[in-house]
Ligand binder design. Structure first.
Ligand code: UN1
Length: 499
C-alpha cells in the first residue's frame, strides 16, 4: 500500500504504483495539520490502466462460483475485525472522526461483508410456468462487468463497502476512487480484500481528485456501472454522462433530515436523539439531523435543555476518548458551514449556542466548529432548505402535526426523517407521509443498519438503494432462460392461442 517514503500509491492489478507523472498530494490531519501521508495523484492515464486491469480480471472472477466469491468476503470480514483498531486510528487521523465512531464505520463494513458473503448462496432468480407444454422459463443473475466506484470522505470504509462488496459478490470487477480526504483508511479496507484472496485486478484503486480521476472513471466506455456517493451537483453530472453512455448509475446524495417532536413525546429521549443525530460525527453525515421541527409547546419545554447539553459537548482530538465532537474535515468545509450560520443570523434567525470559531488554544490547530443551535429559522430560508454538512441544527416551529409534515417535506432532499411521539396512530401517519427513504420513530435520523435498504427520494438519489438486498439486483443483469423439452417447434403467442 505504501512505499518506503510512506506514499500511498494506486493499486492496479497486483501492484502498488505511483502516477506516471510522479504527482502526489499531501494528506493532512484536520485535527492538527500533521502530515498523514503523501498520496499519489492520479489522472486519466492511471484510470485507463485500472479499467484495463479490471476488464482483464473480469473473465476469471465472474466465473468463480458465487458461494466461493462469498468466502473471500467472509475472510475479509475476519481480517477487518482483527484490524479494526488500526484502521480506525488512521481514519480518525485522516478525516477527524472520533475513534469510537471510526470503529462503528468499520463495523458497518464488516456487517456488510458477512451479509454480502452469504448472498453468494442466494443470488436468487425466478422460475415461472411457461405458456406452452414441455417448456419452462427461469432467470439467472449475471455479472455486468467493470464497476466505477466514487465515494465520499465522511464514511471512508462503510459507504465504499456498500458498493464494492455486493459488486464483487455478484462477479463484477472494480475501479475505485476513494475520497481524496480519506484515502488511507479506504486503502486498508481494500488491503483486507486483497489479503483475503481477492484475485489481482478485481479491485483497483486510483487516488486523486474528482475532476482528474472521478471524471475519467465516469466517462470511460468500459465502466458499465457507476456507483457514487457525494453531492447532488456532482451526482447530476455523473447521471448526465452515464445516461448518454447508457450506463447503470446509482447515486447517493444530500440530505436535510428533519426530526419532528410532538407535544406527547418523551422529551428527554428526543433531546438525546437530536443531540446524537445533529452533532454525532460533527454533523458530517448525509443522514445528520439538520432540522428540528417542534410542534406546539415543545419549543418552550425542550430548547433550553437541548442548548445547555449542546454547549457542554466537548470538542477535541478524535483520538481522545473524552472527545464528543471532532473537527470538520477541512478549512473549506468549516468556512462553508460558518457561512451558513452567519447568513442565517443576518437573515433574522436566533443563535442559541455555538456559531463561532472556537477560541481555546488547544483547538487552534484544527478545523473545529462547535455544536450550533439556531432558533426561529424561517421556513424557506437558506438554512431551512440547504444541506450544511456540519454541526448546525435549525429549529423551526410548527403549530400542528400537519404543518410539521408539510415543513419536513418542503426541501428538495429526502434521505432520512424522524418523529418523536407516543401516539402510534400519529407515528404511522408520519411514516406514510414523510417524503424520505428512511423514517425513524422515536430514534434519531442517523444509524441505518447494513442489512436494510439505505437511500433517499427526490434530489437525494435516483431510485436505487444500498444496503440490504437491493444492490444484488443493481450489480447484475437478468438473463432469462427458456428450455423447450417438447422436441417440437412451439411458437409462443401462437401455438397456445388458437382461435
Ligand atoms: C452517510 O452519511 O453517507 O445511517 C452514511 C447512518 C450511517 C451511514 C451514513 N449508518 O448514519
Amino acid at each position: 500500500m505504501t512505499n518506503a517514503s510512506s506514499t500511498l500509491l494506486h493499486h492496479i492489478g497486483a501492484d502498488d504504483v505511483p502516477s506516471d507523472s510522479g504527482a502526489v498530494f499531501a494528506l493532512r490531519s484536520p485535527t492538527n495539520g500533521s502530515l498523514v501521508a503523501q498520496v499519489a495523484r492520479g489522472s486519466g492515464v492511471e484510470v485507463d490502466r485500472a479499467v484495463a486491469s479490471a476488464r482483464a480480471a473480469f473473465d476469471a472472477w465472474s466465473v468463480v462460483p458465487a458461494p466461493a466469491r462469498g468466502e473471500v468476503l467472509f475472510r475479509a470480514a475476519a481480517l477487518l475485525q482483527s484490524r479494526k483498531d488500526a484502521i480506525a486510528e488512521v481514519m480518525a487521523r485522516e478525516m477527524g472522526k472520533r475513534l469510537e465512531e471510526a470503529r462503528g464505520d468499520i463495523q458497518e463494513a464488516i456487517d456488510t461483508a458477512y451479509y454480502a458473503g452469504s448472498e453468494g448462496r442466494r443470488l436468487f432468480g425466478h422460475t415461472a410456468p411457461s405458456e406452452l407444454s414441455d417448456k419452462m422459463g427461469f432467470t439467472l443473475r449475471r455479472p455486468i462487468g467493470v464497476v466505477g466506484v466514487i465515494t465520499a470522505w465522511n464514511f471512508p470504509v462503510a459507504v465504499p463497502s456498500w458498493k464494492i462488496l455486493p459488486a464483487l459478490l455478484c462477479g463484477n470487477t472494480i475501479v475505485w476512487k476513494p475520497a481524496e480526504e480519506a484515502p488511507a483508511s479506504g486503502a486498508m479496507f481494500a488491503q483486507a480484500l486483497w489479503d483475503a484472496g481477492l484475485p489481482p485486478g478485481a479491485l483497483n484503486i486510483v487516488h486523486g481528485f474528482g475532476e482528474e480521476v472521478g471524471a475519467a472513471i465516469v466517462a470511460h466506455p468500459d465502466t458499465r456501472v457507476l456507483a457514487f456517493t457525494g453531492s447532488t451537483p456532482v451526482g447530476r453530472a455523473i447521471a448526465e454522462t452515464g445516461g448518454r453512455m447508457l450506463k447503470r448509475v446509482s447515486l447517493e446524495m444530500g440530505g436535510k433530515n428533519p426530526v419532528i417532536v410532538m407535544p406527547d413525546a418523551d422529551l428527554g429521549l428526543a433531546v438525546d436523539g437530536v443531540l446524537w443525530g445533529a452533532f454525532g460525527t460533527a454533523g458530517q453525515r448525509c443522514t445528520a439531523t439538520s432540522r428540528l421541527i417542534v410542534v406546539g409547546d415543545v419549543h418552550a419545554r425542550m430548547i433550553a435543555t437541548l442548548v445547555e447539553r449542546a454547549k457542554a459537548m466537548r470538542l477535541g482530538d478524535p483520538l481522545d476518548a473524552a472527545t464528543e465532537v471532532g473537527p470538520l474535515v477541512s478549512e473549506a468545509q468549516r468556512s462553508r458551514v460558518h457561512g451558513f450560520v452567519e447568513r442565517a443570523i443576518a437573515a433574522g434567525a436566533t443563535l442559541r449556542c455555538g456559531g463561532g470559531l472556537p477560541t481555546e488554544p488547544s483547538l487552534q490547530g484544527g478545523w473545529f466548529y462547535p455544536p450550533t443551535v439556531i432558533d426561529e429559522v424561517a421556513r424557506g430560508s437558506e438554512l431551512a432548505m440547504s444541506e450544511v454538512f456540519g454541526p448546525v441544527l435549525a429549529v423551526i416551529r410548527a403549530s400542528s402535526f400537519d404543518e410539521a409534515i408539510e415543513i419536513a417535506n418542503e426541501v428538495p432532499f429526502g434521505l432520512s426523517s424522524s418523529i418523536y411521539t407516543r401516539d402510534v396512530n400519529q407515528a404511522m401517519r408520519a411514516v406514510h407521509r414523510l417524503q424520505s427513504g428512511i423514517t425513524y420513530v422515536n430514534a434519531p435520523t442517523i444509524g441505518a443498519e447494513a442489512h436494510f435498504p439505505f437511500g433517499g427520494v427526490k434530489d437525494t438519489g435516483n431510485g436505487h438503494r444500498e444496503g440490504g438486498w437491493g444492490p444484488y439486483e443493481f450489480f447484475t443483469e437478468i438473463k432469462t432462460v427458456y428450455i423447450d423439452y417438447s422436441g417440437t417447434l412451439q411458437r409462443a403467442q401462437i401455438d397456445n392461442r388458437e382461435g
